[in-house]
Design a protein around this ligand. Structure first.
Ligand code: SF4
Length: 696
């Protein structure tokens, strides 16, 4: 028996991008574990990825190309050869492209975060074709834009520093489920005497383990940040020197914050005046003592109408108290802009046909857009959809419309997948893609500062192929002769980072592959001496770019589209707010079909407060229907005060096919977009809940 240990990286949409050690015996991966030597992984993996071999060798892995033989959505397929699959796809795409290549739309997101298997050969292919651009807004765009207005780029506190903070605000996230290695640092900080405060409408696993939990109403985080500014300014809990040297617009901010008394803030956020004042005092006073105060803000809070503004407001707080002076202070939303990714080399936008750029379709409104006819505003009707690294029928908002669009008989749909997901059921041609253990990749991350390599541990299973190879073969059939379409995955990976940038000066693909990981060359405290990557070089309390973009240039509050306060008429019919954050054992819609993980999650459920449940005659374990004007889904009620009164929580994202009624929480979410970044508003939803008398 031959045994080897292969260095790999977790590909999933998680900030931690763990370093993996894969044990391979006679060509079979028998164990996946965390690399104990990688500083952020520290030998620990989440439950999901420690079951990676169960997922890789799952009996339902797609192993051969297939064509649809049943109705769209029915999921009936017959095996075909790769030649037949590629010929069918290229013939259809050639025909459509001859009329208008923009009628072809790629649809992809973070099913793998790899720079090679994500958007390298695929992007080259669609650029050369002149297909529509996809605006990849579905997860993080609103917050990224809001953070960028204030800080300049997605750069922040290094995850490896958080254990040295004395106060950590965990704002809008549940790291035990979705940022485990940050949580390990936060726990270490707690052991060293730090206070942890969770700010989240839901008492998540993380909130339960923090010293304090502030359960504000969904979509009101921007107001809480303004109320904190009010108290900090009024009580002089400020680093005047840092403000004078490294910020822009303090006097204007002071006027704005003056409008946000703790009373007004508390009323909007649905919390007590005391909670607002104490939070601000604790934050300001800890910083004034010279201790590090840190905020780990996450993407949950930006999935509402004013989500961009909320992140922008919260990102102002560290500069007010001088928290950036400490390596362990400041704020982290994402570390992704720390990486000098060489997108031009990976994606080759120079391949685009001459003339005007193709139109852009927003992935968050795919439900409406698939149902649109050709028009001067929209352009061509979408005739072909190539889906990879994504499962839109389960994850995109207003799901009934998404499914209706995918069911169009005149739409040609190709899906690259590991499994027969809800989306795969609608494919005309279904192609088997390799998993992370079967291909090469290179990773930037959005939670730490290490460039990561993924070596192929095993040969592809069945006839599965890497995404890159599938697009290489399609490019050849389309007659794309540019040399970049024959580059190997290693050659692509070697171009991933810009070596001319001092941050990646030590990047060398061959040595990264051998070592597995390499830290960027970055200062410990990125903004201790200012130097923000904004046009002014300062933290912008006042932001001229926001004004030019038609936004309020100062921190402000944008109410949810759907809340009892902002839309009382709607609230009479649908009085409960609903959020659908990630279930611990799933990662978006990945892993839902891994039996051991689904067994742990049980069945789709909603958490509802005891008072709301009693008003509706609902008891734990009963089936309930959650509904609004967009649709409905059925789940099992869990009566618990983890959900504050007026809130229901449906942990997600379930595959529809595993639910009793074939639906999930996205039946009730809307396609309305955020204030910035044209992103979705998944957590800006009012619903009614009623008992289902008998199981459907
Ligand atoms: S999903 Fe996140 S925590 Fe789990 S192994 Fe991957 S990177 Fe690590």
């Amino acid at each position: 028996m031959t045994t080897s240990i292969i260095r790999a990286a977790c590909p999933h949409d998680c900030p931690d991008t763990c370093a993996l050690l894969v044990t391979v015996q006679d060509g079979v991966a028998v164990e996946v574990r965390g690399d104990p030597d990688h500083p952020t992984t520290a030998g620990a993996l989440c439950t999901k990825v420690s079951r990676y071999t169960e997922r890789t060798y799952h009996k339902e892995r797609l192993l051969y190309p297939m064509k649809r033989v049943g109705k769209k959505g029915e999921g009936k397929f017959a095996r075909i050869s790769w030649d037949e699959a590629l010929d069918t796809i290229s013939d259809r795409l050639k025909g459509i492209a001859a009329r208008d290549p923009q009628a072809i739309l790629p649809y992809s997101y973070a099913g793998t975060m790899g720079l090679v298997q994500g958007e390298s050969m695929a992007a080259r292919f669609f650029h050369k074709l002149g297909a529509s651009f996809l605006d990849r807004t579905i997860c993080a765009k609103a917050g990224g834009v809001g953070y960028g207005y204030t800080i300049g780029a997605k750069i922040g506190t290094d995850m490896e520093q958080f254990q040295n903070a004395k106060l950590i605000l965990i704002w809008g996230g549940n790291p035990i489920a979705s940022n485990l290695h940050f949580w390990m640092r936060a726990q270490e900080a707690k052991r060293r005497g730090a206070k942890l405060i969770a700010i989240d409408p839901y008492r998540s696993l993380t909130a339960e383990k923090c010293h304090q939990h502030i359960a504000l109403l969904p979509g009101t985080d921007a107001a809480l940040a303004l109320g904190m500014m009010h108290v900090l300014i009024k009580e002089g809990l400020l680093d005047q020197d840092y403000i004078a040297q490294h910020t822009l617009g303090f006097d204007l901010l002071k006027e704005r914050a003056n409008e946000w008394s703790p009373q007004r803030t508390a009323e909007i956020c649905g919390i007590s005046v005391d909670e607002v004042e104490q939070l601000a005092r604790e934050y300001g006073a800890t910083a004034m003592r010279g201790d590090a105060v840190a905020i780990r803000i996450n993407y949950g809070l930006q999935r509402v109408h004013g989500g961009g503004m909320a992140v922008r407001n919260i990102a102002c707080l560290p500069a007010l108290v001088g928290a950036w002076r400490h390596a362990a202070g400041g704020i982290q939303l994402s570390s992704s802009d720390s990486f000098p990714k060489n997108a031009k080399a990976l994606q080759r936008p120079d391949l685009l046909p001459p003339g005007p750029l193709p139109r852009t379709v927003n992935m968050s409104t795919i439900g409406d857009d698939l149902l649109r006819d050709a028009s001067p505003d929209f352009g061509s009707k979408i005739e072909a959809l190539i889906v990879y690294n994504s499962n839109p029928v389960a994850v995109a908002p207003e799901s009934a419309k998404v499914a209706q669009g995918f069911a169009r008989e005149d739409l040609f749909t190709v899906v690259l997948e590991h499994f027969q997901t809800d989306t795969a059921d609608y494919a005309d041609i279904l192609l088997p893609a390799t998993t992370q253990l079967e291909h090469v990749d290179v990773h930037a991350t959005y939670g730490h500062l290490y460039m990561m390599a993924n070596n192929a541990a095993i040969a592809p299973l069945g006839e599965a192929k890497p995404n890159t190879e599938i697009f290489r073969l399609l490019a050849a059939r389309m007659g794309f002769a540019d040399p970049c379409f024959t580059e190997s995955d290693d050659a692509i990976a070697a171009q991933a980072f810009d070596k001319g940038d001092t941050r990646a000066i030590h990047f060398d693909w061959d040595s990264l592959k051998r070592k597995g990981w390499q830290k960027l060359n970055m200062p410990d405290a990125p903004f201790a001496d200012g130097g923000f990557p904004t046009p002014s070089g300062k933290c912008e309390f006042y932001c001229e770019r926001m004004k030019s973009d038609g936004l309020d240039p100062l921190p402000s509050y944008i109410a949810p589209y759907e809340s009892l306060a902002s839309n009382p008429q709607l609230g009479k019919k649908y009085p409960l707010a609903m959020i659908s954050p990630p279930a611990r054992n799933f990662l978006n819609s990945t892993f839902v079909n891994v039996q051991s993980l689904r067994d742990t999650e049980g069945e789709p459920h909603v958490d509802i407060h005891p008072i709301d449940a009693a008003e509706r005659g609902i008891r734990s374990g009963e089936q309930v229907r959650i509904h609004n004007e967009r649709g409905s889904f059925v789940a099992t009620a869990r009566v618990t005060d983890k959900a504050r009164k007026g809130l229901v929580v449906g942990l997600s994202i379930w595959w529809k096919k595993f639910a009793a009624d074939g639906k999930n929480a996205n039946e009730v979410t809307s396609q309305r977009l955020t204030d910035m970044g044209r992103a979705p508003t998944f957590y800006d939803v009012l619903v009614q809940v009623e008992k289902v008398e008998s199981r459907t």
